[in-house]
Design a protein around this ligand. Structure first.
Ligand code: ZN
Length: 469
C-alpha cells in the first residue's frame, strides 16, 4: 500500500461509514447467539462483501478446558396475559428472550412467572440482554416499567426453541501478504439485536477486509468473525500450531458510539501494536485514552491468557460496563444510538493503524530473527515472594462449571460477585511463573489480603498451584 492508495481510502471514509451503517441495518434484526442459524445468516450476509471461509465445529468437541455446547435455535416466543393479550413478542425484540432459553409451553401464575423475568430497575425503560449458555434454563426480559404493570393471574408462556447437537459456526478470511507474518483482527458475532456491542466491530472489520484486499500488503491479514469467548477458545485450539505467525492484533468492538477512542494495551504493554495505535491516535488530533491491560473484557482475555500472551490490544470508544455507556447490553444499544460519523472515523483509524504497521514492516521482520518464546520469561528479581502457577494457562478455564462464575450472563451480576471474579482473573492471568502475589497485587491494585481468599478458591479448584522453590 502506498501513500496515494492511502489517500484514496481516506477520502472515501465518509462513504464507507454509510456503507457500514447500511450493513448494520441489514444485520440488526437477526437473533444471533454463540451457535445457530443466526450466526450462519450473519456470515452469509458478510460473504456478499468478502470471501469468508465458514467453519463448523461439532457439539461436544473439547477445546482446552471447554466443550462446544449444544446448538441453539429459536423460531418464536411470547407471553400471553390472563386477558389473552400478547404482552411479550419475540418478533418485536429478540432481547425479550433469555438467549439459549430451553423450549417451554405452559400456563403459570404470575408469582411463578416472575422467577423467570429479568429487568433493570435502575433503567426502567430498557430491556436487558441476558444469556444462559452453560446452564439450561428459560426466561424473558422486559422493561422494568412493563414488569410493574403485570396483573395477577394465569399467563401462557411459549418459547419455541431447540437446544440439540449441532455445531459452533465461525467465519475467517485471510488476505495473504508477501510475508506469512500476520496481523490478526477479531470481532464477535454472537450478540442479538444490539449495535455498538457487537455489530459496530463486525461491520468495521468487514469493510476493512473489503478495502484491504485490493492492496499488495507485506503482512498477511487475518480477520475473524467468531462467537465471543467460546469462539476465540475454539479458534485458538484449532490453530495453536500457527499462532507464532501472529505479530500484531486488535479486537474490534464498540466503535459506533459518540465517545472518544479508547485503546486497551496488550498484556506485555510495550509491543509494536501498542506504540503504533498510540502514534496513530496522536496523529489523528482527536481526544483519546489509553488503558493498561486488564484480564476481562472481550476476546483479549483468551488471546492474552498466559499460555498465549499474544501481542493483541483492543481499540474501542466508550468503555463497556461503565456509566459512560449505560445502553450497554440493553435495548438502548440500537440503530439510533449509532453515529455514522463515529463509524467512519473508527474505520479510518483502524485503516491508518494497518498502514503504519505496513510501513514499519522491515523493522519488524529484522526483529523476528530473534526467537520469541510463547511466554516471555523476563527475568525478574523477586525477594522471598510466593508465586503460583496457572495450571490451565491456555485460554481461561471454564469457571462456571466449577461454580466460581455466575451462570447467567449479560446484565445481571452483583458488584460483590464481579469483584471476586476480577481478583480471580488477575491471579489466573498473571500466575505465569514470573509474577509473585506481591507483583499481582501491585499490577491489579488489589490489596494482598483481598487476593488471599481468591487464591484459596483457585487452589481448591486445582486451577493454580504454589511454586515450590
Ligand atoms: Zn457484550
Amino acid at each position: 500500500m502506498n501513500l496515494d492508495e492511502f489517500d484514496v481510502i481516506k477520502n472515501k471514509s465518509e462513504a464507507i461509514g454509510n456503507e457500514m451503517f447500511e450493513l448494520m441495518e441489514e444485520l440488526f434484526p437477526i437473533c444471533r447467539s454463540i451457535t445457530g442459524n443466526g450466526v450462519r445468516q450473519t456470515l452469509k450476509i458478510l460473504k456478499k462483501h468478502i470471501p469468508l471461509e465458514i467453519h463448523e465445529v461439532p457439539t461436544g468437541t473439547k477445546v482446552f478446558d471447554w466443550t462446544i455446547p449444544k446448538e441453539w435455535n429459536i423460531q418464536d416466543a411470547c407471553i400471553i396475559d390472563p386477558n389473552g393479550e400478547k404482552i411479550i413478542d419475540f418478533k418485536k425484540s429478540n432481547l425479550h428472550i433469555v438467549n439459549y432459553s430451553t423450549p417451554v409451553n405452559q400456563k403459570i401464575f404470575l408469582s411463578e412467572l416472575k422467577k423467570h423475568i429479568h429487568t433493570i430497575p435502575e433503567k426502567p425503560d430498557l430491556i436487558p440482554y441476558v444469556t444462559s449458555y452453560y446452564s439450561e434454563n428459560w426466561g424473558f426480559c422486559m422493561s422494568h416499567n412493563q414488569f410493574l404493570d403485570l396483573k395477577e393471574g394465569e399467563y401462557h408462556v411459549i418459547i419455541n426453541s431447540k437446544l440439540e447437537s449441532g455445531n459452533l459456526t465461525y467465519g475467517e478470511y485471510l488476505i495473504p501478504g508477501k510475508s506469512t507474518d500476520e496481523i490478526l483482527l477479531s470481532c464477535y458475532i454472537c450478540h442479538p439485536s444490539m449495535c455498538n456491542d457487537n455489530l459496530s466491530g463486525v461491520v468495521l472489520l468487514t469493510m476493512l477486509a473489503k478495502y484491504m484486499q485490493n492492496f499488495k500488503n507485506n503482512y498477511s491479514i487475518r480477520f475473524l468473525f467468531i462467537p465471543e469467548t467460546i469462539g476465540a477458545i475454539t479458534w485458538l485450539h484449532i490453530n495453536e500450531m500457527n499462532i507464532s505467525k501472529i505479530k500484531h492484533g486488535l479486537i474490534a468492538t464498540c466503535l459506533g458510539d459518540s465517545g472518544n477512542l479508547t485503546y486497551k494495551k496488550t498484556r506485555n504493554s510495550n509491543e509494536e501494536i501498542d506504540k503504533t495505535v498510540v502514534n496513530v491516535l496522536k496523529k489523528s488530533g482527536k481526544k483519546f485514552r489509553v488503558l493498561d491491560f486488564f484480564p476481562w473484557g472481550s476476546d483479549e482475555r483468551q488471546f492474552c491468557s498466559p499460555g498465549f500472551n499474544l501481542p493483541i490490544g483492543s481499540l474501542f470508544r466508550s468503555i463497556y460496563g461503565t456509566n459512560e455507556f449505560p445502553e450497554y447490553h440493553t435495548s438502548g444499544d440500537n440503530l439510533n444510538f449509532m453515529s455514522v460519523k463515529s463509524l467512519a472515523e473508527s474505520f479510518f483509524i483502524y485503516f491508518s493503524i494497518l498502514f503504519e504497521l505496513e510501513n514499519n514492516f522491515h523493522l519488524q521482520s529484522d526483529k523476528s530473527n530473534l526467537s520469541k518464546n510463547l511466554i516471555t520469561h523476563s527475568k525478574k528479581e523477586t525477594t522471598n515472594s510466593i508465586k503460583y502457577l496457572n495450571l490451565n494457562p491456555k485460554c481461561e478455564p471454564q469457571l462456571g462449571k466449577r461454580g466460581i462464575y455466575h451462570q447467567i450472563g449479560g446484565q445481571e451480576s452483583t458488584m460483590k460477585q464481579r469483584k471476586m471474579e476480577f481478583r480471580i482473573f488477575w491471579i489466573l492471568n498473571l500466575s505465569d511463573g514470573n509474577n509473585s502475589i506481591q507483583d499481582i497485587s501491585k499490577r491489579s491494585d488489589i490489596p494482598l489480603k483481598d487476593l488471599q481468599s481468591s487464591i484459596k478458591i483457585l487452589i481448591n479448584s486445582k486451577l493454580i498451584q504454589k511454586i515450590e522453590k
